[in-house]
Design a protein around this ligand. Structure first.
Ligand SMILES: Cc1cc2nc3c(=O)[nH]c(=O)nc-3n(C[C@H](O)[C@H](O)[C@H](O)COP(=O)(O)OP(=O)(O)OC[C@H]3O[C@@H](n4cnc5c(N)ncnc54)[C@H](O)[C@@H]3O)c2cc1C
Length: 475
């Protein structure tokens, strides 16, 4: 048994990565994953604190000291079982969760070393355990209770919908999951790029598990068009509905020239590349825009993904244009670091004023303004203030707008009595995730606004619990 002092002396294990220059031209995963030895060494850094601040920071409350202890002992299968008791998508969360803002934020090791980046790398060990379980075929399916004869419809196959479908199915109810796209997975398949989250190797097995549990997946069904929530409840005999339709409505800048050819929402840009595999020109029919000088507007994870994707789609120059400074940027530090390493040029304290089009309507430049920081705004960050007369032009042929996503109004517009707030998000009871319509639950981005995978899962878990209780007559 190592003493705390000895644990503090163990060097944090760096994540092996593809070389930056090489990876910027391929779609393979950037982070290569720990070896068994690294996973065990990193796990052994955990101080096993009694108060476990890491667990408090995890939206689904994984027993983190528990699984790290098992991993430190080399019991990776046990560690995977511990993680799986609380999280349905550990291979996904180990890769994309913002751990530095959640479980790793208050890690005692990070605090003791006065550097959050030296906290125990919980997500990386989680990823190792989940990958190993999957690759060795050892990820056992959970047991299913005897059939109840009740039917539940789940709308949307993102992390919220996947979690609800599995948890409700486990209680013995029959579940049909409706997805608008031709592939299930939500943002995990259409938004987050292959080079951060491999689709066939990591996401699809999770979807397949849902089908193995007996969840029926109906693709290409747009609820609100092909059918409605009312029809599902009244005509199609569903006893409950969960709405996990996400926040897939892209926002634009509202500036002149935004209609020019060569301006994309990050959603469309990424969906073409990820879901429709546009990068795989030899096999996919999806056309994509061969932009050579690309400006990406925004400072979140979506902007990082779009700019890094632009490099991989053959752009010679990619400018990340953000109106505040690096300190205010909401993207994960790791993604910022990766984007810079790969060659994305960061243009801080600048923003687009208008997009310039040529005589055929194609983008031929972007007029920008320089900014400085003023007083903090409602978000608590210093507000960007345009500097009068600071106009300059960026020579670009493509502009990708990544300034946020809102919820799609289709389901609220076609569901009488469904309460939404002023941002268009569905209003739910915070305990049960039930909406204003009895028996209709909602969760994930459609409730929270654009958030994170693990928060969507946490919402799904709460909604499934309440839905199961309602169907059992105890709610
Ligand atoms: C590019 C990008 C990168 C991101 N990176 C990260 C990251 O690194 N880490 C992180 O934690 N989070 C990240 N996020 C956010 C995260 O992916 C979301 O918070 C999460 O996926 C929300 O889950 P959800 O289940 O609520 O919705 P979604 O994942 O959006 O899934 C909703 C599903 O519902 C379907 N749908 C919508 N309307 C209908 C309808 N009417 N009928 C039928 N189906 C419908 C959609 O097609 C979609 O498949 C990222 C988001 C984007 C866009």
């Amino acid at each position: 048994m190592l003493t705390p002092k000895e644990k503090m002396g163990i060097a944090p294990q760096a994540m092996p990565e593809q070389d930056a220059k090489e990876r910027a031209t391929n779609m393979r995963e950037v982070a290569l994953g720990y070896t068994a030895e690294q996973a065990q060494t990193e796990a052994s850094r955990c101080l096993q604190c009694k108060n476990a601040p890491c667990v408090k920071g995890c939206p689904v409350g994984i027993d983190i000291p528990g699984f790290l202890r098992q991993a430190a002992d080399g019991d990776f299968a046990g560690a995977y079982a511990t993680i799986s008791a609380s999280s349905l998508l550990p291979a996904v969360c180990g890769r994309v969760c913002p751990q530095e803002k959640q479980c790793q934020k208050d890690c005692t090791m990070g605090k003791a070393l006065k550097d959050v980046s030296k906290a125990v790398a919980i997500g990386r060990v989680e990823r190792y355990c989940a990958d190993l379980a999957r690759e060795s075929g050892g990820a056992a399916l959970p047991e299913i209770a005897p059939e109840t004869g009740k039917k539940v419809a789940v709308v949307g196959s993102g992390p919220a919908g996947i979690t609800v479908a599995a948890d409700v199915r486990r209680a013995g109810h029959s579940v049909v999951l409706f997805e608008a796209f031709h592939k299930a997975g939500g943002v995990l398949v259409y938004g987050i790029p292959e080079f951060r989250l491999p689709k066939d190797a990591v996401v699809q097995p999770e979807i397949a598990n849902m089908a193995h549990l007996g969840v029926k997946i109906e693709l290409d069904v747009v609820v609100g068009k092909s059918t409605t929530i009312d029809q599902l409840m009244e005509d199609e005999g569903f006893d409950a509905v969960f709405v996990g339709s996400g926040a897939g409505l892209p926002m634009f800048m509202g500036i002149p020239g935004e209609q020019a050819l060569g301006v994309f929402s990050a959603n469309e840009y990424l969906t073409r590349a990820n879901l429709m595999k546009a990068y795989d020109e030899d096999h996919a029919d999806t056309p994509y825009w061969h932009g050579k000088r690309v400006a990406v507007l925004g400072g979140g994870n979506v902007a990082m993904d779009a700019s890094r994707m632009a490099l991989r789609l053959g752009a010679e120059k990619v400018y990340l244009v953000y109106r505040r400074s690096l300190d205010e940027m909401p993207a994960r530090r790791e993604e910022i670091h990766h984007a810079k390493e790969e060659g994305v040029e960061f243009h801080m304290l600048e923003n687009a004023k208008r997009i310039l089009g040529d005589d055929k309507g194609f983008v031929c430049g972007m007029e920008c303004l320089k900014y400085e920081l003023g007083e903090p705004d409602a978000s608590g960050r210093r507000s960007p203030v345009a500097i009068a007369g600071s106009e300059f032009t960026l020579d670009v042929d493509t502009v990708v707008v990544a300034v946020g996503n809102a919820s799609n109004p289709l389901i609220p517009a076609t569901t009488e009595g469904l309460e939404i707030n002023k941002r268009g998000n569905i209003v739910v009871d915070p305990e049960t995730n039930m909406t204003s319509i009895p028996g209709v639950f909602a969760g994930g981005d459609i409730v929270l606004g654009a958030a994170t995978v693990i928060l969507a899962m946490g919402e799904g878990r709460a909604a499934a619990k309440a839905c199961n209780a309602r169907l059992a007559g105890t709610l």
